[in-house]
Design a binder for this molecule. Structure first.
Ligand code: ADP
Length: 235
């Protein structure tokens, strides 16, 4: 896949395969094209060339809505919630963007509310159901965003810097959640700068540098790979 912005080649002929059923990490120095790659996969921007296959079906250049319906949910680097809506309202809005949202529109509201409460309990912010999102801490807003993603019942969850700006206790909670959800069958693809989190959480890590993968493998191997050290340290 390739994506250029003016004269800048953000993703440069990158060919990447993530592992279904695993926690995949996508790491690399700032500006190496990770977010652009995420945005191309999830339909937020269109790649100039290349294709995206999800479970043997092409989802290249489809709308974000359709890609979500295919089973891919995502969070954003700068957490996206509606600040003046309550926590519950945020979840009910999130679900309307997905296929299950469409199905549920005709179902009883009470069932939808219960499902939302279930995810809030799961991420540990059920006590904040009636609070406005802007009154939550940044970490709590990230948990709310994650609950919104889970409302779409995705099979694959792409997280853009889940630990960014979050205190260590909440990083621990997010890691535990990822492990539990993965054990229940959800695939994860995680862009993250917090190496401790990446190394402890991921089964498989892909390293980007200058718009393409330069190494991939188990975290303990990646950590010692001279190409990776070179990309990070510029030595
Ligand atoms: P990463 O997520 O690894 O930090 P990005 O995908 O954000 O990398 O950026 C890759 C390169 O593409 C950078 O040089 C960045 O400045 C450039 N870039 C990203 N988005 C845009 C955009 N919308 N317009 C122009 N340049 C962009």
């Amino acid at each position: 896949m390739t994506k250029t912005f003016g004269g800048v080649t953000a993703v440069d002929g990158a060919s990447v395969q993530f592992q279904e059923g695993k926690v995949n990490g996508l790491i690399g120095p700032n500006g190496s094209g990770k977010t652009t790659f995420f945005n191309c996969v999830t339909g937020m921007i269109k790649p100039d060339s290349g294709s995206v296959l999800y479970r043997d079906k092409t989802i290249t250049r489809q709308s974000p809505d359709r890609i979500a319906r295919a089973g891919i949910g995502r969070s954003f680097q700068l957490c996206r919630v509606f600040p003046r809506m309550t926590v519950m309202e945020n979840l009910l809005v999130a679900v309307r963007h997905t296929s299950i949202g469409r199905q549920l529109r005709s179902a009883r509201d009470e069932e939808e509310l219960e499902r939302a409460r279930g995810w809030l309990r799961r991420v540990g912010i059920d006590h904040l159901e009636h609070a406005e999102a802007r009154n939550l801490s940044y970490g709590q807003q990230k948990l709310l965003e994650l609950a919104g993603v889970l409302m779409g019942e995705p099979d694959t969850i792409m997280l853009d810097e889940p630990a960014g700006g979050v205190n260590p206790a909440l990083i621990g909670r997010i890691s535990t959640l990822v492990r539990e959800l993965n054990a229940e069958g959800k695939t994860f693809i995680i862009v993250e700068h917090n190496m401790e989190m990446v190394m402890s959480l991921c089964d498989h890590v892909v390293v980007f540098d200058r718009g393409r993968p330069i190494a991939e493998g188990a975290p303990e191997i990646i950590q010692r790979d001279p190409r990776v050290l070179e990309a990070y340290l510029g030595v």
